[in-house]
Design a protein. Structure first.
Length: 431
């Protein structure tokens, strides 16, 4: 995002849609509406989009949305890695499961691992080229008032405040959403009890990419109360996430660098040395991600609605937050188009329809994410043993593998039934 230098007085007084927050949901919504010629104001306090210190997975659901916008091709010209397989191991390196996207009837039989700002910057660039869209970096949604003819939104920039009128106000303002608080929307907002630390690094040119410590495969390691993921975002760029059980960051830091490097070496021999060569900054410098759960009973009130993490922040185990935020943006754009282009259609009805569809879907994902956290994050030896049998059993049962992959890809929702789990458990046990 390039500082626009625009001040509040340069804004028009009326827009069709005011979007607070340029996360993937707000960007997607603005792109679809802007392409259809609606007058959109997109406001975000950020002045630039920069690397987060981790990559993210764009699932087939998100890839399809990017394709609809004509942005998948341009994104594939940026640094990225395509994954069609994800490998799961125990901390003792014993293989648990390989989950392959191929042959599952998906629109795309791969997911993209990419630094999120690359996608967001492309969307921002598209918006800059759309004449009906006004971008307002450095601006922040403060509050709003509903009247018969729409919403009056107070936007702040550098201490100044301006009131702008819109037919609808959309909050894609993240997990701590101000709009959600102002609307007092009912639902659960809480922190998950385990957090993650992450680091992005580049493997130095003098190290070969042939060794298991530096190859590009996507790997998850699950131990008792311990999880380590390692993914690539280019041939030499990698990022990892390491779970902190019960968010015990002080204990993690006090155990020191050598303990952590030993842990990762146990998963991938030689990785500790690769991290050191790449300039490992030490455990105390790793970024901690506290994960929030937002599970609302209502997303829309009058002419305002929340989307993305503001409405349904979930655990990264399902690798869906960005993808579902984009799906919110795409679907909301189509409901708003219906309402804004047909005077006989009620805007409030369209918002309600959107909310109903999306609440059902995201609640199901929350259920899945909570269950995954319970099983994956556990340090209970019985659960750990049981989960290992289930993983192995799934690996040997193509129909179960298919259900999991189609769900994580975002193209279906096919959670495993109790029967599926017992079946997988018994198959794993018999191995
Ligand atoms: C460790 C980790 C790993 C993850 N991995 C994945 C993954 O692999 N795949 C995946 O799909 N998802 C993943 N996610 C989830 C994903 O990052 C989020 O779900 C996604 O970014 C949410 O998008 P959003 O559209 O809600 O906007 P957000 O990304 O939450 O952005 C909100 C925007 O609102 C702006 N804002 C804040 N306040 C205001 C205000 N008052 N006015 C205007 N604007 C405001 C902010 O500046 C920001 O730009 C991961 C999350 C974590 C923590």
């Amino acid at each position: 995002m390039i500082p626009s230098g625009k001040d509040l007085l340069s804004l028009d007084h009326e827009y069709d849609v005011i979007v607070a927050g340029a996360g993937p949901g707000g960007l997607t919504l603005s792109c679809f509406l802007g392409k259809r010629g609606f007058r959109v104001l997109l406001v975000d306090p950020r002045e630039s989009m920069s690397p987060l210190g981790r990559g993210e997975l764009i699932q087939p659901l998100g890839l399809g949305i990017l394709e609809d916008l004509g942005l998948l091709g341009p994104l594939l010209l940026q640094e990225h890695v395509r994954y069609d397989q994800f490998h799961f191991f125990g901390f003792d390196r014993k293989p648990l499961m390989t989950s392959s996207y191929q042959g599952k009837g998906l629109t795309y039989d791969w997911a993209l691992s990419v630094e999120p700002y690359l996608q967001d910057s492309l969307m921002w660039k598209m918006l800059e080229s759309l004449p009906s869209v006004t971008l307002f970096p450095g601006g922040r949604y403060l509050s709003h008032e509903t009247r018969d003819n729409g919403v009056y939104v107070q936007i702040e920039k550098r201490g100044g405040v301006q009131t702008i009128q819109g037919k609808v106000l959309v909050g894609d303002d993240g997990r701590d959403s101000r709009l959600r608080k102002n609307l007092a929307l009912p639902g659960v907002v809480k922190e998950y009890k385990d957090s993650y630390v992450s680091w992005s690094f580049e493997i130095p040119e003098n190290l070969s990419l042939e060794s298991p410590a530096s190859d590009m495969s996507a790997r998850y390691y699950l131990g008792p109360g311990e999880i380590f993921f390692l993914f690539a975002t280019s041939s030499r760029k990698r990022f990892f996430l390491y779970m902190l059980k019960d968010r015990k960051i002080d204990e993690f830091v006090s155990r020191g660098n050598s303990d952590f490097l030993k842990r990762v070496d146990q998963c991938i021999p030689g990785l500790g040395d690769v991290l050191i060569s790449a300039g490992f900054p030490g455990v105390s410098a790793l970024k901690e991600w506290v994960i929030q759960k937002v599970d609302l009973e209502q997303w829309a009130k009058d002419y305002a609605v929340v989307i993305g993490d503001a409405a349904h922040a979930t655990n990264p185990h399902v690798a869906q937050g960005r993808n579902q935020a984009m799906e919110d943006g795409r679907l909301l754009a189509s409901h708003l188009e219906t309402a804004l282009s047909n005077p006989s259609t009620s805007l409030l009805d369209e918002l309600r329809k959107f909310e109903n569809i999306r609440i059902t879907k995201t609640k199901a994902l929350h259920h899945l994410a909570d269950e995954m956290c319970f099983v994956w994050n556990s340090d209970n030896p019985l659960i750990v043993w049981g989960r290992e049998q289930v993983f192995r059993g799934i690996s040997k049962t193509p129909s179960l593998n298919r259900k999991i992959v189609r769900t994580i890809a975002g193209e279906d929702f096919l959670p495993l039934s109790l029967f599926d789990r017992i079946n997988a458990f018994l198959k794993g046990l018999m191995q």
